[in-house]
Design a protein. Structure first.
Length: 117
């Protein structure tokens, strides 16, 4: 099992920045990737960004490209999401996600991000 704990959410004005962190513990030796999803009120959960744990390759949704940057610290088993130029439509609960090489999938409890206009 892998446990994920997010931090860094909060309230920010449009155009501002936040950095989310997600620390993993437990059976992290088989981590294949870590990433972020988000879910706005009344909407389905959507993909935001992912980073491959070994190669460092990154992927991001078109809606956040150029504004959000995902990065990792392998030694700390932590993934970060730097969010710049935030918009009100970025308001959502942001969930950390981790996948193992065996196909297991893990989720954090979520952290609220609210962007005021």
């Amino acid at each position: 099992q892998v446990q994920l704990v997010e931090s860094g959410g909060g309230l920010v004005q449009a155009g501002g920045s936040l950095r989310l962190s997600c620390g993993a513990s437990g059976r992290t030796f088989s981590t294949a990737y870590m990433g972020w999803y988000r879910q706005a009120p009344g909407k389905e959960r959507e993909f935001v960004a992912r980073i491959m744990w070994s190669s460092g390759s990154t992927y991001a949704a078109d809606s956040v490209k150029g504004r959000f940057t995902i990065s990792r610290d392998n030694a700390k088993n932590t993934v970060y999401l730097q969010m710049n130029s935030l918009k009100p439509e970025d308001t959502a609960i942001y969930y950390c996600n981790s996948g193992s090489r065996s196909g297991s999938d893990y989720w954090g409890q979520g952290t609220q991000v609210t962007v005021s206009s």
